[in-house]
Design a protein around this ligand. Structure first.
Ligand code: 3PG
Length: 211
């Protein structure tokens, strides 16, 4: 089960990081991502609507992969899984979240940017870490340096990834997929520009395929 989700994410190469303010945006957003060729979303726990959005998308788009993002404590992780989240993403490395994800056998991507955080993640059998915020911490160069002592781990860089640098990241074997919000920007949702979300998603998918 765990491995299956990592395989799907690796195949898709991209994980859109979404902030949903209004619950009525959840389904049109999911539809735009699917139509654009990217049936995956990380719904961030930065808004009240996150939990309900996960629940609704899971029910309406059963083939879509739906994870919870910005999960910063066990309580949120529990709520995310109860809502149907299939994976958890955190901006940092929290041992309570790692222990809980291990117990529930759910894929978790802890945020890391140092060797010590990777070592903490490894202690909980983590396979893939979120390198965050990627552009601020040296991007691919830092990932490759970190990968040298930790050959067993792979990375999902997030933070500053966009259409211009996506292919550079994806060329590295160490990278399973990139996370990013550029195709699902808050402003686009606010203005209900779901056609534009679909267009940017399709463009991102094409770039990822041509890497
Ligand atoms: C995240 O939490 O993963 C980031 O906010 C996404 O970063 P981006 O907005 O630079 O893509």
């Amino acid at each position: 089960m765990n491995g299956e989700i990592f395989d799907k994410i690796e195949k898709l190469k991209l994980v859109p990081v979404v902030k949903i303010n209004n619950i009525e945006d959840a389904l049109p957003l999911a539809e735009a991502l699917c139509r654009g060729g990217l049936p995956v979303a990380e719904i961030t726990f930065r808004t009240e609507a996150a939990e309900e959005a996960i629940r609704k998308i899971r029910a309406a788009f059963p083939k879509m992969l739906v994870g919870a993002g910005t999960v910063i404590n066990k309580e949120q992780a529990e709520r995310a899984l109860a809502a149907g989240a299939q994976f958890l993403v955190s901006p940092g490395t929290s041992e309570e979240i790692l222990a809980y994800a291990k117990e529930r056998k759910v894929p978790v991507f802890p945020g890391v940017c140092t060797p010590s955080e990777i070592m903490t993640a490894l202690a909980y059998d983590v396979k893939v870490v979120k390198f965050f915020p990627a552009s601020c911490y040296g991007g691919l160069k830092t990932i490759e340096a970190l990968a040298a002592p930790f050959s067993q781990i792979r990375f999902m860089p997030t933070g500053g990834v966009n259409a211009a640098n996506l292919q550079t990241y994806l060329q590295s074997e160490k990278i399973i997929a990139c996370g990013g919000s550029w195709m699902v920007k808050e402003g686009l949702l606010k203005e209900k520009r779901f056609d534009e979300v679909e267009r940017l998603t399709r463009e991102a998918v094409a770039l990822a395929e041509r890497k």
